[in-house]
Design a protein around this ligand. Sequence first.
Ligand code: DX5
Ligand code: ZN
Length: 230
Amino acid sequence: MPQNLKILKPGGKVSFAPSILSADFSCLKKSLSPADKCADWLHVDIMDGHFVPNLSFGPHIVKCVRKASKLPMDAHLMVSYPENFIKPFYDAGAGLITLHYESKSDILKLLKKIKRLGAQVGLSIKPKTPLSKITKYFKFIDLLLIMTVEPGFGGQKFMTNQIPKIQYARKKINESGRKIWLQVDGGINSETALQAIDAGADSLVMGNAFFSSSNPVKMINSIRLYNRIT
Ligand code: DX5
Ligand code: ZN
């Protein structure tokens, strides 16, 4: 049974989700050990070489990640046909499954399918997609993911032109009265994390900056401190 992210306390505090795309798979357990010490959950990027020009992991790898870390996982499905992958990744251990609005699917049907399985539900938009396309789905989701890079690769630069979208998403989530994580993914480091938090994000994905840091635990703790004092 996948671990649910509901065990985490929403509201106010920022959660950190290292993206395992940048982990060292030659020594996975060791590479994930700093995440076990300071992160809230792991972010698993699933790419099909069609929706994005890159390939990543299948369910077997996600099962192995589950054994290598005690953290819950969210699966970010960057795939054209998510219906084929929801159950396999849930069974592999992802407690929250995020779809892309831009995938070639009946989004509402799939959001309901994720919920029926017992997983939490995420919905993501690419940088060029306006938030107005997805506000109608707010009542069906637990997490809204705003991409701050074009999806497909780790280590890209944070797109500051997405900040107004994060601010607007925070406003719309607050107005909805629902408890929805506002996750930001792409180019997050110790500086852009603060910009995303200021804009209203409460879940930060961090790939390259986390796994290339000499002291990721200290970095995350200092961002948490900023979050407490602002
Ligand atoms: C990009 C992925 C991201 C990526 C983030 O398509 O969705 O989750 O791993 O990596 P960084 O933090 O390196 O931009
Ligand atoms: Zn991602």
